[in-house]
Design a protein around this ligand. Structure first.
Ligand SMILES: Nc1ncnc2c1ncn2[C@@H]1O[C@H](COP(=O)(O)OP(=O)(O)OP(=O)(O)O)[C@@H](O)[C@H]1O
Length: 482
């Protein structure tokens, strides 16, 4: 099935401006459509969502804002229909864009008598059997105890048994590690945390796209990794939405959940811990599967034991003295820098980028007005508010970037994937970065056919990352336009 992605902010290399206003391309990046509209084409754009619940008329500023937010947060819309009031291309566009409309599916559930693949053993077999008995599983354990490792084996086994398993992480990076998408994208919470506090009816009927509802109806099991950073409020809303979409009053609408995480690691940025929710108690009570063998740092017993003590706040004076002895003003180049504020991460990124050799290539955002009633300044403000994308991005050979959206998901490069800029391709006046992505399952994927791809610059060393919000983004230009 083809999925179409539409983009609103366009970026160009330096001053050789070629503008994109609203562009569209499919998930294989094999086909693209011309910009649907530019500031000069003074007509109004309508976007009819596939379930026909909403028709966004860009004739009012509020609608533009929600339209932008929708694309920026959700990116992928199935069967979206874009109709211009004028313009010769509109009929063709409509026909192509509606080709991906998905059918309204029946609600799926784990059938009786599932035959698990042969050769399963140990914890994988135990969890799979529980899931087939429609019992939720929460696996926990210290860092490096193999929670994600086990999840991957469970997912493979259940899928081999013919079950539809939705795989999510609480963040892009967590989702990447387990080979899924963010829980927020999966559920179609296009306004992020705001959809947790909005009235349920509104979220179910007005916010969640049809594609997400289809996913929710199709799912038999739902895997969420790094559950420790999901708030109780988010989990309860997910439960309510699944019950409503699947018209089923059992927890999570009858979808069997498999959660993994460690509540002694990072807490949710907002709200309370997930186990404080009603639905958690309903599904798991006090049950948890604890993994106790630690596989990471297994060759460094001193570090491992120190980390395990720190995790539960049982560090000794010796531990603190050992940590203090490792403090240095000149950390190794490969050290990961953690910062508390975006500005600090940005400053560090800038410094690191300057150290890279090779010519700097600048990408600048070009904002265009798609409805004639707002000024350029207002449009840019809306984009600034509705997106994380900055106006200017400088890249060099060797820069580390991260994929911000689910755009490359179908190629095994989920949101949160990191890659290194290997070189720049010249396409006419434009410079297109060729990025080598590290795949979660191992290996690489090189992207040369990038098509309006949003990336974030996150550092200049392969193993460097910053735990603040990534501050840079750009859209590369489309080769076929030249
Ligand atoms: N059963 C196992 N046999 C061999 N290696 C394992 C096993 N379980 C995990 N590992 C390895 O241990 C490392 C850590 O595993 P994993 O990332 O799954 O741990 P985790 O508990 O999810 O960690 P975190 O809490 O930091 O997310 C990985 O390199 C993984 O390949």
């Amino acid at each position: 099935m083809r999925r179409w992605t539409l983009f609103l902010r366009a970026f160009t290399s330096k001053d050789r401006a070629r503008r994109w206003s609203v562009g569209a391309c499919d998930d294989d990046a094999t086909t693209s459509l011309p910009p649907l509209m530019t500031a000069s084409a003074s007509c109004t754009l309508h976007a009819a969502f596939p379930d026909c619940v909403r028709q966004v008329d860009l004739g009012s500023q509020a609608s533009v804002s929600s339209f932008i937010k929708h694309f920026c947060n959700c990116k992928v819309l199935l069967g979206v229909e874009v109709i211009a009031r004028s313009g010769a291309w509109s009929r063709t566009t409509k026909a192509v864009l509606t080709s991906g409309v998905s059918r309204r599916g029946q609600v799926s559930a784990i059938p009786a008598g599932v035959v698990l693949p042969k050769g399963l053993s140990g914890e994988t077999l135990r969890v799979c059997r529980k899931v087939c008995d429609k019992k939720g599983v929460f696996e926990t354990g210290p860092p490096g105890s193999g929670k994600t490792f086990l999840l991957r084996k469970i997912i493979r086994a259940l899928r081999d048994a013919g079950l539809t398993v939705a795989v999510c992480g609480t963040s892009g990076v967590a989702a990447n590690m387990v080979g899924g998408i963010t829980a927020r994208s999966w559920a179609g919470f296009i306004h992020g945390h705001a959809d947790v506090s909005l009235p349920l009816d509104h979220v179910v009927h007005e916010v969640i796209p049809r594609a997400a509802k289809g996913r929710m109806r199709d799912a038999m099991a739902l895997v969420i990794d790094e559950i420790g950073t999901m708030s109780a409020e988010f989990l309860e809303r997910l439960d309510e939405v699944l019950r409503a979409v699947r018209t089923c009053s059992t927890p999570f609408g009858g979808v069997v959940v498999i959660f993994a995480g460690d509540f002694l690691q990072l807490a949710p940025p907002v709200g309370s811990l997930a186990f404080c929710s009603h639905v958690w108690r309903e599904v798991f009570g006090n049950r948890a599967t604890e993994l106790s063998t630690t596989w990471r740092h297994v060759n460094d017993a001193v570090l491992l034991c120190l980390l395990l003590r720190l995790r539960v706040g049982a560090q000794t004076d010796d531990d603190l003295a050992l940590l203090a002895s490792r403090r240095t003003d000149a950390p190794p180049a490969s050290a990961v820098w953690l910062t508390t504020h975006t500005a600090l991460a940005t400053a560090k990124n800038d410094t690191e980028l300057d150290k890279l050799e090779g010519q700097a290539v600048t990408f600048s955002a070009v904002d265009v007005i798609i409805a004639p009633y707002i000024s350029m300044a207002q449009a840019s403000e809306l984009l600034d508010d509705g997106t994380d994308f900055v106006r200017r991005l400088i890249l060099r050979f060797g820069a580390v970037v991260a994929v911000h959206s689910t755009y490359f998901h179908s190629r095994g490069i989920p949101a949160g994937s990191r890659g290194v800029v290997e070189r720049f391709l010249s396409a006419g006046p434009a410079q297109i970065p060729v990025v080598r992505f590290f795949l979660a399952g191992g290996g690489f994927e090189t992207s040369t056919r990038m098509c309006v791809l949003p990336l974030f610059f996150i550092g200049s060393k392969q193993c460097s990352a910053h735990v603040s919000y990534f501050s840079f983004a750009f859209f590369s230009q489309q080769v076929s336009q030249n």
